[in-house]
Design a protein around this ligand. Structure first.
Ligand SMILES: Nc1ncnc2c1ncn2[C@@H]1O[C@H](COP(=O)(O)OP(=O)(O)OP(=O)(O)O)[C@@H](O)[C@H]1O
Ligand SMILES: [Mg+2]
Length: 372
């Protein structure tokens, strides 16, 4: 029964729902060589979507390479990961991978080990350093392989915001964009969480990746789509939930993908036959409790002014922080404090600026904070 609802990692197959319009758009971008930037809040479903589309693309039309750079700390960490992924995912046989390495990266000696990586039978390590190759030489690897194989390649780079943390990040970004925008046979899909950081990389006019490609802001999955998904899963497990209850599960977590699945799972755990509203209440409390440690961590180190602004936002104040009344009621200090407090909360991704004002990004954080 533990496969009923999945949360916390990318989903596929029957655990993946909806995203029809986004799938179509992304698939067309992949097949026609259009660069894409994919941004959303955390755990909404970026990775799931990109992997889903990667599986749908006809390999005769394009080869899709996927890498996650969350653990890369520097420019060359990134080049090693990129070159490895490109070599490994553009051929299906070890022999041809090694042949490509020999042809295109003759100054390194690749090491192959039968590793624990569940996504492939073996792991490849290249050990590229600036001594062997300049950045530009690594960055053209995919283009050279694409030409040789006479096939388009799409390189998907997940957790791309990590680039913003590299030493000398802006120069690195300039090098990447400079090389990538000239490539005829390779396109890129750059995606990531930490919305604030990534938005800065993509949307700031003075940043190298400004207007690099088709920008997609991935929203939540609609209740209309979630309800049959949830009802089907309960049914498969011999349990009853009605549409209104499934819809309430979505509403409680504002349709945030990962939370919808987590809450539905908690509800299922308590259900012997039929869901009741008391069960949903209990599950909701558990959901908040299970995430509390993470939220505590996120608020650690906030100043009392920052905490006070969060209190104001959680109480429904989204604008007008400069008014005397708000300043006094929520003890925010002087007017000149406000921009700094806002920036600190946005930089930490706790708060986001929407069209209608400042909001707490995560709906469960919001509920937790109001009780806290
Ligand atoms: N299309 C979908 N159908 C059903 N559930 C989904 C879908 N997309 C995401 N989810 C739910 O959200 C969770 C997180 O998905 P995923 O890892 O793809 O999100 P993400 O935006 O890449 O997250 P992160 O910000 O952590 O990188 C999944 O485990 C699943 O519970
Ligand atoms: Mg992800």
């Amino acid at each position: 029964m533990n496969d009923a609802f999945i949360y916390g990692y990318a989903v596929e197959g029957e655990n993946f729902t909806d995203r029809k319009a986004e799938t179509k758009r992304l698939k067309a971008n992949f097949e026609h060589g259009v660069n894409t930037l994919l941004i959303s809040n955390r755990r909404i479903g970026k990775t799931s979507l990109v992997r889903h589309v990667g599986r749908l693309v006809n390999p005769k039309k394009a080869l899709v390479v996927y890498l996650d750079i969350f653990d890369c700390r520097s420019e060359y960490d990134f080049y090693n990961k990129l070159a490895t992924a490109v070599l490994q995912q553009t051929s299906s046989k070890i022999d041809s991978i090694l042949q490509n390495a020999k042809n295109f990266l003759s100054r390194v000696s690749p090491k192959i080990s039968m590793g624990p990586d569940p996504t492939s039978e073996f792991s490849l390590s290249l050990g590229i350093t600036p001594k062997e190759y300049a950045p530009e030489q690594i960055l053209e690897l995919a283009e050279r392989i694409a030409k040789k194989q006479k096939k388009r390649i799409v390189v998907c780079i997940d957790e791309f915001q990590q680039i913003g943390e590299f030493p000398d990040s802006i120069s690195v970004q300039k090098r990447l964009r400079g090389a990538w925008q000239l490539q005829q046979n390779v396109s890129y899909c750059l995606l990531g969480s930490k919305k604030h950081l990534l938005t800065n990389i993509f949307q700031n006019k003075s940043m190298p990746f400004y207007q690099f490609g088709d920008a997609i802001y991935l929203g939540v999955i609609s209740t209309e789509n979630w309800v049959p998904f949830i009802c089907d899963k309960f049914k498969k497990h011999g349990l009853r939930i009605d549409k209104e209850q499934a819809s309430r599960i979505c509403g409680e977590v504002e349709n945030y993908s990962s939370y919808v699945q987590q809450l539905a799972w908690l509800v299922m755990l308590h259900t012997e036959r039929e869901v009741t509203s008391e069960i949903i209440d209990t599950a909701m409390n558990e959901l908040i409790a299970q995430n509390a440690a993470l939220f505590m961590q996120q608020t650690e180190g906030l100043s009392s002014y920052q905490m006070n602004m969060l209190r104001a936002i959680a109480a429904g104040i989204h604008n007008g922080f400069l008014s005397q009344e708000v300043l006094e009621t929520y003890r925010l200090g002087t007017k000149s404090n406000i921009p700094r407090i806002k920036k600190a909360l946005i930089d930490r991704d706790i708060v986001e600026q929407r069209e209608t004002g400042l909001y707490i990004s995560d709906p469960i954080f919001n509920k937790w904070f109001r009780r806290f």
